[in-house]
Design a protein around this ligand. Structure first.
Ligand code: ASP
Length: 323
């Protein structure tokens, strides 16, 4: 059986003009590390669930991405993390929202899926569960990063001035992974700090199964973008439903939803998705999306911006094939 993996580190109005070569290099290194960690696991016969958990946990530990350590702040300057995971084979799912203590919310979401009768757990109950499950817990200072704090201050100033906040480069983020393993099982995981300066208590698309995260026997999807629109369009589930009911290809389904339904509603963002044959697609309808994949044929791609040629960062796959 073929294996495939894709990861993302957020989408939004991110263009080359906003970034410098040093920052690009570390972003690419962070994506490559997550991709390689997940792909190595799959290559050794590991499960899609383990691969997406490992890849997302690495991105959560990287302060450059808006999830875990590098999460954006709420309007009140607090941290409310969200994450979800779904096993396409059993359609088991777990998700958490309003998390403030778990170092790796994706691992907490997985515990919710595997050890509780719930699909979603939030706020105080989610924090309590992180502690009783013995997961790594941290104090609020762990999540303090100067760039995110500055982004919050800028965002509050923009809000006070009545300016359009959707075009601010640092207001977006989220990390995610989708995988197909040797046994033909699919999985998806997504994790985020949410939108910069979100209302305290606001719940985005990431932890909502079917909106920001979905996996079944047809495909696995992880989303990033303006969450309210992804919820209203049930983006991740709609892509899977098009495969199941309309017989669309993964590429057609994802393109119809991201560049059709979502865009028509006014929502910006993108998804990474993999199907049971190892096809990988990574469409987005904004300036850029941090993304990387190794598909079922061993093709490797890693890119940040829209205008990058596929395979610009072509390299060698963990299993030795050149991309
Ligand atoms: N989807 C996330 C949210 O709305 C943010 C993002 O991916 O940029 O919370």
């Amino acid at each position: 059986m073929t294996i495939a993996l894709a990861v993302h580190g957020g989408a939004g109005p991110i263009s080359r003009a906003d970034h410098n070569p040093e920052r690009d290099a570390v972003l690419r290194a962070g994506l490559a590390a997550a991709l390689d960690a997940g792909h190595r696991l799959l290559h050794k016969g590991g499960s899609a669930l383990d691969a997406v958990t490992a890849a997302v946990a690495l991105l959560e530990d990287d302060p450059l991405f808006n999830a875990g350590r590098g999460a954006d702040f709420t309007l009140d300057g607090t941290i409310e993390l969200e994450a979800a995971i779904m096993d396409g084979h059993s359609q088991a799912a777990g998700s958490v929202t309003g998390v403030g203590v778990a170092k790796n919310p994706v691992k907490l979401a997985r515990r919710v899926m595997e050890t509780t009768p719930c699909v979603m757990l939030g706020f105080a109950a989610a924090d309590a569960s992180a502690r009783t499950e013995g997961l790594a817990c941290v104090t609020p200072d762990y999540f303090f990063t100067e760039p995110r704090w500055q982004a919050l201050l800028q965002e509050k100033a923009r809000l006070a001035a009545g300016l359009d906040t959707d075009t601010a480069p640092d207001r977006h983020g989220t990390v995610g992974a989708v995988a197909l393993d040797h046994q033909g099982r699919l999985a998806a995981a997504t994790s985020t700090g949410g939108r910069c300066a979100k209302w305290t208590g606001r719940i985005g698309d990431t932890p909502l199964i079917g909106a920001g995260t979905w996996a079944d026997r047809h495909c696995a999807v992880s989303a990033t973008g303006h969450g309210e629109y992804f919820i209203r369009a049930a983006v991740a589930h709609d892509i899977a439903a098009r495969l199941a009911y309309a017989g669309q290809t993964l590429a057609d389904a994802a393109d119809s939803v991201i560049n059709g339904t979502l865009l028509e509603l006014g929502g910006s963002g993108g998804v990474i998705a993999v199907d049971v044959h190892g096809h990988v697609v990574m469409p987005f309808n904004c300036a850029g999306m941090y993304r990387a994949m190794v598909d079922g044929e061993g093709r490797r791609e890693l890119a940040l911006y829209r205008d990058e040629a596929a395979g610009e960062e072509a390299g060698t796959n963990p299993d030795g094939r050149s991309g």
